[in-house]
Write a protein that binds this ligand. Structure first.
Ligand code: FAD
Length: 373
């Protein structure tokens, strides 16, 4: 007996999100549940209350087959899938935390606009070749002096594996509420920022890897204070990193939408534009002057820019009003405040018929109003 999920838009949001952004984790889940470990790719095709239906394509020229992977815990859909991924990673001897630590030295800091701070970072290891939208989960800490060499990636030591197993054991036993509190706590001091640009220099001393990270500051939030306190020579580190993929933007008419937090990703996408058709772009900002961020970006010839100046709680409304005025388009990429992103994503899916892999519209942050005591 499989119970359908009633909220179809919510279900489709999760299917699209996992297929678009978590294909590696999905592959790990599929490997942990399939007799066939030599898997080329996996894709969620449906979700039920009891588990996920996955289409698995083995390596070699074999046909895909369907597998049903049951959930192991109670909770909301996101938690159940997250748990399946964690459990599969640990089952296969992988690491949940330490192996992706990446250290950077801050070599420069400049003010781009009133609220954009640019960090120049040096890394001992290369940055990704295709960097548009590539994001690091920075730990809000500053280390003085040189870090030790990071541990080599791969299989983890027994202590790390034991703590991973304990984490999984604990997650399974906690109530949904406590589980969410624990995950919030783990991520309390981590903020995601995008690699705006990466390059390398080579001299007789060897090759050095550099990158820019642009932080949109707002008030005295933890990320804003952290970036304000950084100086050249400081060492900072990230705990996670994730790529953003855009093959769907290579053909057809594309619509791109970004608020300030996604300006760095958007500028890099525009600079590496390969599609012969120029995109239609909507840029959102609370202050008009933040739009100057694009004054240094190279835009594809013929790009049509729509600038919307509005407070964060009006992003959704303003984007939908601009979309009303646009002709047809085939693909979309967007990143903005979470509720706005949801409204735009659902509109593109249900009204403009931009489906699945052609509709990447994400929340980069969530508007929360502080409670006054
Ligand atoms: C994949 C990805 C890439 C990202 N890349 C970048 C990037 O390159 N540059 C960048 O600046 N941000 C980027 N962000 C967004 C950034 O991670 C969030 O804005 C984050 O919440 C900032 O942390 P904070 O400590 O400033 O605020 P938080 O501690 O998260 O929140 C404190 C308060 O500030 C409010 N708040 C948070 N963000 C904003 C905002 N943008 N505008 C107004 N109020 C806000 C919250 O609602 C809350 O009330 C990215 C996010 C994702 C998911």
């Amino acid at each position: 007996m499989r119970t359908p999920i009633k909220d179809r838009d919510h279900k489709t949001d999760i299917i699209d999100h996992v297929n678009q952004d978590h294909s590696d984790e999905l592959l790990t889940i599929a490997r942990a549940h399939s007799p066939d470990t030599d898997i080329h790719s996996a894709r969620i095709t449906d979700i039920f209350q009891e588990g996920i239906q996955v289409s698995i394509t083995p390596r070699g020229n074999q046909d895909p087959y369907d597998a049903f992977i049951p959930f192991e815990i109670e909770g909301d859909l996101e938690e159940k899938i997250l748990y399946s991924a964690y459990a599969a990673i640990v089952k296969q001897g992988g690491d949940l935390s330490g192996s992706r630590k990446h250290f950077f030295e801050v070599t420069g800091k400049t003010q781009l606009t009133t609220h954009f701070t640019r960090l120049t970072l040096r890394s001992r290891t290369p940055f990704p070749e295709y960097y548009p939208g590539y994001a690091y989960g920075f730990i809000l800490k500053t280390l003085k002096g040189q870090p030790e060499s990071p541990p080599p990636p791969g299989k983890t030591g027994w202590l790390q594996q034991a703590s991973n197993r304990f984490f999984i054991w604990l997650m399974k036993r906690l109530s949904s509420n406590s589980r969410q509190k624990m995950l919030t706590n783990i991520n309390k001091n981590v903020r995601l920022y995008t690699l705006r640009k990466a390059w390398q220099t080579t001299s007789t001393d060897g090759t050095e890897y550099y990158g820019h990270v642009d932080i949109f500051t707002h008030g005295d939030s933890p990320g804003s204070l952290w970036s304000a306190g950084l100086n050249a020579g400081d060492i900072i580190l990230s705990r996670s990193e994730s790529a953003d993929k855009h093959p769907h933007l290579a053909t057809g008419q594309a619509l791109l939408i970004a608020d300030e937090t996604a300006f760095p990703a958007l500028a890099a996408i525009l600079e590496q534009w390969q599609n012969p058709l120029p995109p239609v772009v909507i840029t959102l900002s609370a202050l008009a002057e933040e739009q100057d961020y694009f004054s240094e970006a190279r835009l594809p010839a013929g790009t049509r820019m729509h600038k919307a100046i509005c407070p964060a709680d009006r992003q959704g409304e303003d984007v939908l009003a601009i979309i009303e005025t646009l002709q047809d388009f085939d693909t979309a990429w967007g990143a903005m405040e979470a509720d706005a992103a949801k409204a735009v994503r659902h509109h593109l899916r249900n009204v403009r018929n931009i489906q699945g892999k052609n509709n990447h519209t994400k929340g980069y942050w969530r508007l929360r109003t502080e409670k006054k005591t």
